[in-house]
Design a protein around this ligand. Sequence first.
Ligand code: ACO
Length: 162
Amino acid sequence: LKFVCNSNDGNDEHMVWLIGLKNIFARQLPNMPKEYIVRLVMDRNHKSVMVIRRNKVVGGITYRPYASQKFGEIAFCAITADEQVKGYGTRLMNHLKQHARDVDGLTHFLTYADNNAVGYFIKQGFTKEIYLDKDRWQGYIKDYDGGILMECKIDPKLPYTD
Ligand code: ACO
C-alpha cells in the first residue's frame, strides 16, 4: 500500500492512476457532472493524493493549492465502494495534510462537503465555522450550492504520517 501525490505531468503511470481516480469520483459522487470531474482531475493546477494498492487506485483527494493564499481547496474526495470504512479515508487525509504543509506550504484547507460526508470531515478536524480571513479565500473558491463550506487548520508541526 502506498500514498502518492501526482498531477497531470505527462508521466504514463500517473495518468493511469488519475484516470482510475476519476472513475472512482464519477461513481462515488453521482451529483457531479462527469466532464467537470475529468476537467479538474486532469487540470495542471490541481493535485491528487491517491491510495495505491497492488498498483491500483483505491481512492484519493483532488485539491487545488493556492500557494499565495496558503490554503488549498479540496474538490473531490472518495474511496472506492468496497474499500470504504476501513480507515483509508483517514490515512488519505493525513497524507494530504502532511504533503500540503511540507511541499505546498499551506496552513488551511477549505471544502464544500456533501451533507452525507460532513461527519467524515468533522472526524478529520474540519469545522463548519470558517476562521480563515475572508480576503484570503474570497474570489478564489467557487460557490457551490450542494454542500456546506468547511475548514481545516493544518497543524504546523504535528507528524501526520509515520
Ligand atoms: N459520514 C459520517 N462518518 C463517516 C462517513 C460518513 N459519510 N464516512 C466515514 N465516516 C467515519 C467512519 O465511521 C470513521 O469513523 P471512526 O474513526 O470513528 O471509526 C471515520 O469517518 C473515518 O473512516 P474511514 O474508514 O477512514 O473513511 P473511508 O475510508 O470510508 O472514507 C469517505 C470516507 C471518503 C467519505 C468515503 O466513505 C467515500 O468515498 N464516500 C462516498 C463519497 C463521498 O461522500 N465523498 C465526499 C464528498 S464531499 C467532497 O468530495 C468534497
